[in-house]
Design a protein around this ligand. Sequence first.
Ligand SMILES: C[S@@+](CC[C@H](N)C(=O)[O-])C[C@H]1O[C@@H](n2cnc3c(N)ncnc32)[C@H](O)[C@@H]1O
Length: 246
Amino acid sequence: MTKKTGNKVTRDWFRGWSNEYDRTLGRLKFHRNLLDMMVKNSAVKSNDKVLDIGCGTGLLSLKFLKASNCFITAVDNSKEMMAVFEDKIRRLGIDKQVVCKLMDADSLKFQDNTFDVVASSVTLHHLKEKLSVLKKIRGILKPGGSLIIGDVDMDSTGSHADINRFKRIIRVLEQEWISALKDGGVNAFVKMFDNGKKHILNQGEYCISLKQWADVCKKAGFHKIIIKRIPRYKCFGIVVARKEAV
Ligand SMILES: C[S@@+](CC[C@H](N)C(=O)[O-])C[C@H]1O[C@@H](n2cnc3c(N)ncnc32)[C@H](O)[C@@H]1O
């Protein structure tokens, strides 16, 4: 599958999900805990400039704003997901603190040394080619700035016919599906179950483990890289990586 096709599959998927997103994944405890853990470990401060890549309906950005008087630039390549967030921004009257831009994560158009924090939750796994994006993120971070990736700890690389790969993915998806049924009910389960097939077939989903993310961060030139998993949902977690201070 070409990168372009992968992007189209993903955009179509989120176009259909946008109006249900907050009532499905948005209700699940592991997702909320993941976003809280990201904000807590970002060391975000008042007046910091934060970039949220794959902001979707704004769940992560809103948590950053609750924690600190920061300024958010939120990017996503789905206009339908972003429209849900823009509606919240209008209703909450926070347009001075959040700017939304329709932009693809693999062609970020910002000047070097712009952001104090770059954060991305359950988004970067949609990109097949990860190293070039992390190098670009390192460039647009200010010296001493932090990258926080929150994602599922799931290595879905390898051949589709490899049964061990399949079992590895299924073990993680089982946890996700149990949580979806418990916290979100049948609708959330159905959505996460359908998404599972996309993971298994790599249809716009190219997950790697948190350890593999840490290795890509290192290759991209980051340092002080740490991995943390959510205590009750260990197949989700974060990677925090710093850009060297000058
Ligand atoms: C699972 S949602 C996560 C949304 C939000 N970060 C959250 O944690 O709730 C993934 C988001 O990434 C966006 N996305 C996927 N691929 C992208 C890409 N290549 N560039 C920009 N956004 C992308 C989707 O449109 C979607 O809004």
